[in-house]
Design a protein. Structure first.
Length: 313
């Protein structure tokens, strides 16, 4: 999933990366100007049609393989009154596959569920709608599928998006954001009670702890450190969020290996431990390091917000 070009860039920057490995970087101060510079580079990647390794047309079969096994059944169990949000959707091919006749043919309960699919919303930083998307949206009508672009997820209000039974992110915002704790706060605020967020990260220190960084001499793509400089695995950080149940699955047959996450929201009093970005290097996906803060940002969901009518784009 990481391109050869990205690998060459990593090897060329080996000296710099070695200085950023665990044990060497903890005493270094954060350089906001450097992070801002890398974010500018990252924006150029988002807007490009030719950047090697930046994939925008992942289909539903890719989602099924990359995400935890529960995702397939969660999606199939959605009814016409349920809603699915796909973050970092690109061309939204996964949603198109969900609405294609072939999807029903692969399900054993096709007669019962055919024609009764959930509404789906695709969110992307860049507008990558295809003629097939526009044709399908017109054919389905009734806002069954929507495509929102040109803003980050955190810039949408709950009133704009509504709430969702299933939220997915396959190499989207969860892999790219420089504000990981804020991203999770937003996702959980949009998730219905007992709803599920399915996502993944590649080249990350897994919960089982058996894998090393994919490229020798380089750090993991996403790292978290405690305030004392010790390592905090991404899975452990997710499990420290209140009001969620989390499962983590290491998939070592991917290149690079990835870890898939299932985050189920079980109550509304969500509190996400805050993370501060301390390193960001643009890429597909970028290298990121975060430091656990001393404060916790708490999300409250008043009763009046629980019934949200769907906003129009």
């Amino acid at each position: 999933m990481i391109s050869a070009k990205s690998m060459r860039r990593r090897l060329a920057a080996l000296g710099l990366l070695l200085s950023l490995c665990w044990g060497a970087s903890h005493s270094q101060s954060v350089d906001p100007s450097k992070i801002n510079e890398e974010m500018t580079k990252q924006e150029a990647i988002y807007r490009s049609d030719t950047t090697e390794g930046y994939i925008v047309n992942r289909g539903l079969s890719h989602y099924t393989r990359a995400l935890p096994p529960a995702f397939d059944d969660s999606l199939a169990d959605l009814g016409p009154d349920d809603r699915w949000l796909d973050v970092g959707a690109g061309e939204a091919q996964a949603i198109l596959d969900y609405y294609a006749p072939e999807y029903d043919l692969k399900r054993p309960d096709v007669q019962k569920r055919s024609g009764k699919k959930a509404k789906a919303v695709a969110v992307s930083i860049e507008d990558r709608r295809t003629p097939l998307w526009r044709y399908t949206a017109d054919r389905l009508g009734d806002d069954r599928i929507r495509y929102l672009a040109n803003k980050r997820l955190r810039q949408y209000s709950t009133e704009e998006l509504g709430r969702f039974k299933v939220i997915t992110d396959v190499a989207g915002g969860f892999s790219y954001t420089e504000q990981l704790s804020q991203f999770m706060e937003k996702v959980l605020s949009l998730l219905e009670l007992n709803g599920s967020f399915y996502t993944m990260l590649q080249d990350v220190h897994s919960d089982v702890g058996t894998n090393k960084p994919y490229y020798q001499g380089s750090p993991y793509l996403t790292e978290i450190e405690n305030s004392d400089g010790s390592e905090l695995k991404v899975c452990s950080w997710l499990k420290s969020i209140s009001c969620v149940n989390v499962t983590c699955e290491f998939k070592n047959r991917w290149y690079p290996p990835l870890e898939a996450f299932h985050v189920q929201k079980v109550c509304d009093n969500v509190a996400v431990p805050a993370l501060t970005p301390v390193h960001y290097e643009a890429g597909t996906p970028p290298e990121r390091r975060f430091r656990l803060g001393n404060r916790t940002v708490k999300q409250e969901f008043p009763e009046r917000d629980k019934a949200v009518t769907e906003a129009r784009p």
